[in-house]
Design a protein around this ligand. Structure first.
Ligand code: C5P
Length: 409
């Protein structure tokens, strides 16, 4: 029996820009139409040198658009409407010029205004000559787009129109189609109707009534995950320490400060939860004797005795029920992978999320992050640097797939 295509009934805009690979786009239109997608082609003036609007219009069964106005009577192609209509936009081929315009928000044709008005996922299939692809400015533009969540369908290696050979050929129409198929494939939502306990932010260990030992954690990453868990239909118990923003709506909030307070709250909530995600930066030590009064600066030196805090994650994980899932975070300054794997094992976890401190776009107080997840079956996956909300989305989608595979219902 033939499988139903995930592109069926999807509304897809194909943006065609000037490049020899444009001659392959009629094939992409045919594939999508055959699988029941609605296709709207928008092309640049330069694209018309390589493929005719008539061919694209016949195959897509819609006029192929390139102008803002349909006729000299003032009827216009509403780019905002088009941008909002689409379930996905794929720019193929995307030349260096369009990539640069996209990275910088230039808007000098119908296609660019459609792209800027769109709220749907964007796919880009670059195609250009070897050195243009490798040029630092092109690479930097591609990087920028990737960080904004644009899906780049990498060009392939081979003979190029210039006669040179190397990377720069647009991926074949079948591969572009597969990229869209994969995107529309419904992902398993492990978190739907699950009760998830998540911690975020840093802890504060009191020295006296006015001072504490803290850390740089802002809670941004934990909050982004909590928000995404709500979107996925989970019931979220959010335990947070010291943070720099208000916690997301839709969660049950529990504010704690010290590691001991956080532990008490987590112990209370964990027995009724299906999943624990410990994203909080918990202090390893607390002050042995917290001064009851403000410490005066009377002596030249001051020694504070620190006592080890309990490891909340390890203790909860060691006593978890067989169906409970525990996920930790790690932040290392050296031998990152080694230490993360060691923690995965020592703390008896299903997965550990390693924050990359090597990437300048990752870490405390940043709006972007890069993480690598190591799972207890030896598998791992990387989530490249992007907005923390996008990292949270991708992290939970990947975890969802992995957890569904481990716990088939
Ligand atoms: O051992 P380390 O602090 O590097 O481990 C980090 C992970 O352990 C994080 O998930 C953190 O929330 C958790 N942790 C904890 N209790 C502690 C220290 C860390 O739950 N006392």
């Amino acid at each position: 029996m033939l499988r139903k295509s995930h592109c069926k009934n999807k509304k897809i805009i194909i943006g065609v820009t000037g490049g020899i690979a444009a001659y392959k786009i009629p094939q992409l239109v045919r594939l999508l139409k055959k699988e029941g997608a609605e296709v709207q082609v928008v092309l640049t003036e330069a694209a018309k040198t390589f493929v005719t609007p008539e061919t694209l219009a016949v195959l897509s069964e819609k006029p192929a658009l390139s102008q803002f106005f349909k006729s000299n009577q003032g009827e216009w192609n509403n780019h905002v409407h088009l941008g909002l209509w689409a379930d996905a936009i794929i720019i193929a081929p995307a030349g260096a010029n369009t990539l640069a315009k996209m990275a910088h928000g230039l808007c000098d044709n119908l296609l660019m205004s459609v792209i800027l008005s769109a709220r749907c996922p964007l796919f880009v299939a670059p195609a250009m000559d070897l050195d243009m692809w490798l040029h630092p400015s092109t690479q930097s533009n591609v990087n920028t787009l990737q960080q904004r969540g644009v899906h780049i369908i990498e060009p392939t290696e081979g003979e190029l129109a210039s006669g040179l050979s190397g990377k720069g050929r647009m991926a074949e129409p079948e591969d572009l189609f597969q990229g869209l198929e994969q995107h529309f494939q419904p992902t398993e939502n492990f978190f739907l109707n699950k009760r998830v306990l998540i911690t975020a932010g840093g802890t504060q260990e009191a020295i006296d009534p006015v001072r504490f030992i803290g850390n740089h954690s802002t809670g941004k990453m934990g909050f982004a995950i909590a928000e995404q868990l709500v979107n996925l239909g989970a019931t979220v118990e959010l335990v947070y320490g010291s943070v720099t923003q208000t916690p997301p709506i839709g969660c049950h909030h529990h504010h704690t400060l010290s590691a001991i307070e956080m532990k008490t709250k987590c112990e209370e909530l964990f027995p009724t939860c299906d999943v624990l995600i410990m994203a909080a930066a918990v202090a390893d030590y607390h002050i042995k004797d917290v001064a009851q009064e403000k410490i005066k600066k009377s002596s030249d030196s001051l020694t504070l005795e620190l006592v080890k805090n309990p490891d909340i994650l390890k203790e909860l994980s060691d006593h978890k029920k067989p169906n409970q899932i525990t996920i930790g975070f790690a932040l290392e300054t050296n031998n990152e992978e080694f230490h993360a794997l060691e923690k995965l094992q020592k703390k008896n976890l299903h997965c550990i999320v390693l924050n990359s401190l090597q990437n300048p776009q990752a870490g405390f107080a940043k709006d972007t992050n890069e993480v690598t997840v190591f799972c207890n079956d030896g598998s791992s996956f990387n989530i490249p640097a992007q907005e923390k909300s996008k990292v949270a989305e991708s992290l939970l989608n990947n975890l969802s797939k992995w957890l569904t595979k481990q716990n088939p219902s």
